[in-house]
Design a protein around this ligand. Structure first.
Ligand code: PSV
Ligand code: MN
Length: 412
């Protein structure tokens, strides 16, 4: 960055800080919250993934969990807010977990949520945890128990569960019988959880099943969590709703019930597009963070995880951009003039209240985030830092272009 550009950033920051202070906001407190933010990266976001039509090989894409952790560590080094990495089993399975934990530590990160996978093996054609065949359910249970053991070994505090279970045709199977099998299954998994571990249950309205999905929406996931107990909470993946669903309202409700476990951040235009979070609908991201900030302490244990599949994007840059977009939404939510919002709401000033919220959304928070990064000892612009680092060229040269199969690595 040139000196004059630097001066410009500084004065932009001062201007913004003065403006926020004049509204009674504690700018130092806002910066402290931004520094304390934690975003979990998905191991699979660094590997070659694609659509069901095609996976394009990206030069330097991570080929195994060690390379994924190295890349995630680099993203954390650039952004300072990504200290953990979610893993997916069996994609990231290794023989020596202690060695992996040590390697992660050396990259400056730790292992986060352990994701189960009951959607790729042939045995799950007719379902996994809802399957009428007890032998298939037993295999699925063994997989869950193995994931809990892995989570214990790597020091993780959460297992993350998503099921492709569902049917394709009306009349294919009984909804209720499947549901009973699912609840009985999840009770067995819950009973095996150590006291410090959470079970995050993710819903999705369709895909791969197209007529019905056994956990299709937040209400169904919530009802199951209530049956299980306090360690079971709902995971909201932003790509898993019907068009037009008010996700921020779901978030507010789950927070109010103490049942919001975490997020899978991504963005979509149509279905479960897994695009970079905040690229299609940044307003939705802001409104979600607005609910999280408004909830205060009730949101303190929420896990902020990214779940994206990068098809044509450079993978590391995509991840850095995702982190920046999440930080931007959070920063904007932190600078909402909440006293004024309350006052306008109480006065039944519909548009005054709306403008108060939008005033924060329309504020350019880039100088604030640049200052936060500088105070954390980081480059103010992580994308520029990435481009200057030569990291992507280095891994492309070292790793080359690996063979790719389908959309995702195969299951067991
Ligand atoms: C399913 O679409 C999902 O969102 C689940 O979280 C899976 O674990 C993940 O995608 C696989 O990429
Ligand atoms: Mn997900």
């Amino acid at each position: 960055m040139t000196q004059s550009a630097d001066r410009e950033t500084m004065s932009d920051y001062q201007h913004l800080a003065d403006q926020l202070a004049s509204k009674g906001l504690d700018v130092e407190a806002v910066k402290a919250q931004l520094k304390a933010q934690k975003i979990e990266l998905p191991s699979w976001g660094f590997a070659n993934t694609g659509t069901r039509f095609k996976t394009y090989a990206w030069p330097g894409a991570a080929r195994n969990i060690y390379e994924k952790l190295a890349d995630a560590g680099f993203v954390h080094k650039l952004t300072g807010v990504c200290p953990t990495v979610a893993i997916h089993i069996p994609w990231d399975k290794v023989k020596d977990w202690d060695d992996l934990v040590e390697y992660a530590e050396a990259q400056g990160v730790a292992i986060g949520a352990v994701n189960t996978n009951t959607f790729q093996a042939d045995r799950y054609k007719w379902g996994s945890i809802t399957n009428a065949d007890p032998a298939v359910r037993r295999a699925a249970l063994d997989h869950h128990l193995e994931c809990i053991e892995i989570a214990k070994r790597v020091g993780s505090h959460a297992i993350s569960l998503w099921y492709g279970d569902g049917t394709n045709y009306a009349g294919q199977e009984s909804f209720v019988e499947r549901r009973h099998r699912m609840i009985a299954f999840l009770k067995e998994v819950y009973a095996a959880l150590p006291g410090h571990m959470r079970m995050l249950i993710e819903y999705k309205l369709y895909e791969p099943a197209f007529y019905h999905t056994d956990l299709a929406d937040w209400g169904q996931a919530y009802a199951v969590c209530i049956k299980l107990g306090p360690q079971a909470q709902v995971l909201v993946d932003l790509g898993h709703h019907a068009q037009g669903v008010n996700i921020e309202h779901i978030v507010a409700t789950l927070l109010d019930e103490g049942k919001l476990g975490g997020f899978h951040f991504n963005n979509r235009k149509y279905g479960d597009d897994d695009l970079i979070v905040g690229t299609i609908n940044p307003l939705e991201m802001f409104l979600i963070f607005n609910e999280l900030v408004a909830a205060g302490d009730a949101a303190k244990d929420v896990a902020y995880m990214i779940d994206q599949s990068h098809v044509i994007e450079p993978k590391i840059e995509a991840m850095v951009q995702s982190v920046i977009n999440i930080q931007t939404a959070y920063a904007k939510a932190l600078i909402v003039d909440r006293a004024r919002l309350r006052e306008r709401q109480d006065a039944r000033d519909v548009l005054g209240a709306h403008r108060t919220l939008m005033d924060a959304f329309e504020t350019d928070v880039r100088p604030l985030l640049a200052r936060v990064r500088e105070e954390m000892g980081l480059h103010p612009d992580p994308i520029a830092a990435l481009r200057q680092s030569g990291y992507e060229q280095k891994i492309a040269a070292e790793r080359g272009v690996s063979e790719v199969g389908g959309g995702y690595p195969e299951g067991d």
